[in-house]
Design a protein around this ligand. Structure first.
Ligand code: 3MF
Ligand code: MG
Length: 344
């Protein structure tokens, strides 16, 4: 059983509230001010996109990028924080409209490879050992647009390039079945784990399971976590919640389905998640309706819900559970679980 958990989130989780149909509703919070909030909210780790650390990096030389990232590392040290992971933000650029590693255009693929190398320079400068790959535009809107076999080979080739360029990092693929693409090439943990065995260093390639992404794939988040744990490939998690098959909502952890959240905490705690330095990562967004001065509650609330569910996981009468399993009385087990969640 794990002891204490350490929590992380990314600067994008304190955001301005824009959605596809409306502009921002809150002021931007400057990066330095966000860093000051981490400890206050109970967090020790910062998740980064490469350009969260080094804005405008496409216009800078590799040396300039490293220098800027080193400055950010000093800022982190000043706040007593560590960088949990760095992820290349490959989905916003003009050269990545039709995919990055899987683009049909070799010039775009080359851009993606170079950008990924700069991301790895930033990872090293932040003294960080984990990379997250959300393969946002590696998919299609129509089946005929790309070759799905070649696409997988190209993703493997790109990952091999990263593994060789920075031998200190592990890479966690963050599977998501859709959005922004109609269909993504690596939609589930199973795909990501299988893909890891095509790479040059399978033990360095694993997954980041995000609750909402799994729900969008029609699967259960705790089962996906269990699958990754069975392969020793659960390098990090993005806990949040999701109300059905819609756009990716990034709601506060446990806010839609407490039982589903309980089972995620249960599988993590049961298999000692966190004891090898893994963070409990959150990827949550404040509601658009939230006013400026209280627009960080989704973060502290998600952490509080995790810790409350952890108490419930640990106080569950395991003998009673085992007895009901032995008797195959799952109706009674159902009631036991629900009563436990209701505080009885
Ligand atoms: C999208 C996501 C992303 C990734 C993050 C890491 C913006 O649905 O979850 O959040 O987690 O970008 O690359
Ligand atoms: Mg995420």
């Amino acid at each position: 059983m794990a002891g204490e958990y350490r929590f992380s989130f990314g600067p994008w989780n304190i955001h301005e509230g824009a959605d596809p149909f409306g502009p921002t509703v809150r002021d931007s919070v400057e990066f330095g001010k966000k860093l000051k909030l981490y400890k206050q909210l109970g967090f020790d780790g910062v998740q980064f996109h490469d350009d969260d650390a080094v804005p405008g990096m496409d216009d800078l030389s590799p040396e300039q990028i490293i220098k800027k990232a080193e400055q950010v590392h000093s800022m982190l040290e000043g706040e007593g924080l560590v960088a949990e992971f760095v992820a290349p933000r490959l989905w916003e650029g003009g050269l990545t409209i039709d995919g990055t590693y899987t683009s049909n255009d070799p010039a775009c693929r080359d851009y993606a490879r170079q950008r990924s190398r700069r991301m790895l320079d930033i990872t090293a400068a932040l003294d960080c050992k984990l990379v997250v790959l959300w393969l946002a535009r590696e998919g299609t809107y129509i089946r005929e647009a790309k070759d799905s076999k070649v696409a997988v080979e190209r993703i493997v080739e790109a990952i091999n390039d990263m593994l060789a360029y920075n031998p200190d990092v592990k890479i966690a693929i963050e599977p998501k079945p859709n959005e922004p693409m109609d269909q993504a090439y690596i939609p589930t943990a199973g795909h990501a784990v299988a893909l890891s065995y095509l790479t040059d260093a399978p033990q360095r390639v694993g997954v980041n399971i995000e609750t909402a992404h799994v729900i969008l794939a029609g699967l259960d988040p705790s089962d996906e976590m269990g699958f990754a744990l069975a392969y020793d490939k659960l390098f990090t998690v993005h806990l949040n919640d999701q109300n059905g098959l819609k756009f990716d909502q990034d709601k506060a952890f446990g806010s839609v389905d407490l039982r589903r959240a309980f089972n995620q905490v249960r599988i993590l705690d049961q298999y000692d998640y966190g004891t090898r330095g893994e963070f409990v990562g959150l990827d949550v967004k404040a509601m658009r309706t939230q006013k400026q001065d209280v627009a960080t509650k989704h973060l502290s609330n998600s952490r509080a819900i995790f810790l409350r569910l952890l108490e419930l996981v640990r106080s569950l009468d395991k003998d009673k559970v085992q007895k009901l399993i032995n008797e195959r009385d799952y109706e009674e087990l159902d009631l036991l679980t629900i009563n436990h969640l209701m505080g009885r």
